[in-house]
Design a protein around this ligand. Structure first.
Ligand SMILES: *Cc1c(COP(=O)(O)O)cnc(C)c1O
Length: 409
């Protein structure tokens, strides 16, 4: 089997900087904080040129030198395609703003960008000999975990809040995970995993409690830069729950600059949350580096209903360093943007993706996003997983068809 050329040197606590050896199983650092994978970027930069990518398949494993898997036989694949950047030209015209691009992550396996993180986490788990994985989830992460683990012959235990979207619960269970619904939030489900992992022999795959999901989400930043001709947009609006993608993209841009593929320009990173669950926004506005637990979290955008994020300070650091901001939008604004984008652009967003469009409209109005800025919105999942409100009429085939009525509906 072909071996990947890999450049991982060690893991590092994102809070204290303490280093840990690679090629061993790690969860959080001793300080209880997320771990980051570090590479020999010098050697990485010398081993590959931008042009080398041209002949590789249009999937995120094209960036394998930037990823931690050492043996190609450990890569668990379900077809991790590069996702399109769709111009939203009519919306742009209506809003009179700069270019709007939608990164449509709904095309990935299991219909969401959670596939990026879990493809890496499960491949690394396979490489490190893990046999049982467990996770709390609001839906999409559990679905991706279940699918990749079934493919890799790893047993999975998934814990969901009882009001997780039904389709998510079904896909998780259908794809082979032992699936449990609990009467609480994702952080309460996280406690079940944390407290039971020793007894049950589980590897805790919770957001940012293992080091590799960030590396998978990092490919969004690599891919975006490549798709823009090794450049970055002015602003990225990212629907933020645990924040893995925002943190991962920030890491990607730093690594790309270190090897000289992009310059020092960074997009302004905007963390978008829902008014009913906005711990990062509150911490941002209060000037804090850590967020308080959000009580009575509620929003139709289940993927960003995360009352407490283990990587809160990493999200807030990236937002502040990039001169971005954190902003909350209402469920009404999410619903309106959801419907509008489907009708005008033919792009069926998920509610979390719609939240980024709602935030764009809101912040063009306040002036925090400038009319000339080029903006990327992240649509994190296929809209087909979510309820849609629509109107339609009935036809009785036992009656003559009334075309005049059809014309005027
Ligand atoms: C997980 C998820 C998010 C949040 O992503 P993070 O990187 O964890 O912040 C947003 N939307 C959807 C649909 C998700 O599944």
């Amino acid at each position: 089997m072909e071996q990947f050329q890999t450049f991982v040197t060690h893991l590092e606590c994102s809070y204290t900087g303490k280093t840990y050896p690679a090629d061993q199983l790690h969860g959080l650092s001793e300080a209880g904080k997320p771990m980051l994978v570090r590479y020999d970027l010098d050697a990485l930069g010398k081993s590959i040129k931008k042009e080398d990518l041209i002949t590789r398949l249009p999937e995120f494993w094209r960036y394998r030198e930037f990823l931690p898997v050492r043996k190609s036989e450990n890569v668990v694949r379900l077809g991790e395609l590069m996702t399109p950047l769709l111009p939203a030209s009519k919306t742009q015209q209506q809003l009179g703003c700069g270019e709007i691009l939608i990164k449509d992550e709904g095309r990935l396996p299991t219909g969401s960008f959670k596939a990026r993180g879990l493809a890496l986490a499960v491949s690394m788990a396979k490489e490190l000999g893990v046999k049982r994985m467990a996770m709390p989830t609001n839906g999409n992460a559990g679905a991706a975990l279940a699918a990749y683990c079934s493919r890799a012959d790893i047993e999975t235990f998934v814990f969901c809040p009882e009001d997780t979207p039904k389709v998510n619960i079904e896909e998780i269970a259908f794809q082979g995970a032992k699936t449990f619904l609990a009467n609480g939030f994702i952080n309460n489900c996280g406690r079940i995993v944390g407290e039971g992992k020793a007894e049950m022999g589980w590897f805790d795959t919770s957001t940012l409690k293992e080091p590799y999901r960030i590396e998978g989400k990092k490919t969004m930043g690599l891919e975006l830069a490549e798709q823009l001709g090794w450049d970055v947009p002015d602003v990225i609006l990212y629907p933020t729950g645990g924040g893995t993608g925002l943190i991962g993209m920030w890491k990607a841009f730093n690594e790309l600059e270190a090897i000289g593929w992009i310059g020092s320009k960074r997009p302004r990173m905007v963390a978008v949350q829902a008014e009913g669950c906005a711990p990062i926004v509150k911490a941002y506005e209060d000037g804090e580096r850590h967020a308080e637990l959000w009580k009575d979290a509620h929003t139709i955008a289940a993927g960003i209903r995360v009352p407490a994020a283990a990587g809160d300070f990493l999200i807030l650091d990236a937002v502040r360093e990039s001169n971005g901001f954190a902003v909350a939008v209402s469920d009404e604004a999410i619903n309106a943007a959801h419907q509008e984008c489907a009708k005008t652009e033919g792009v069926l967003l998920c509610p979390e993706g719609a939240a980024t469009l709602a935030a764009l409209k809101q912040e063009l109005a306040t002036g925090r996003i400038k009319k000339e800025e080029k903006v990327v919105l992240f649509n994190c999942a296929t809209g087909l997983k979510y309820p849609m409100t629509s109107t339609h009429e009935k036809i009785d085939l036992n009656q003559p068809i009334d075309y005049e009525w059809i014309e005027n509906v």
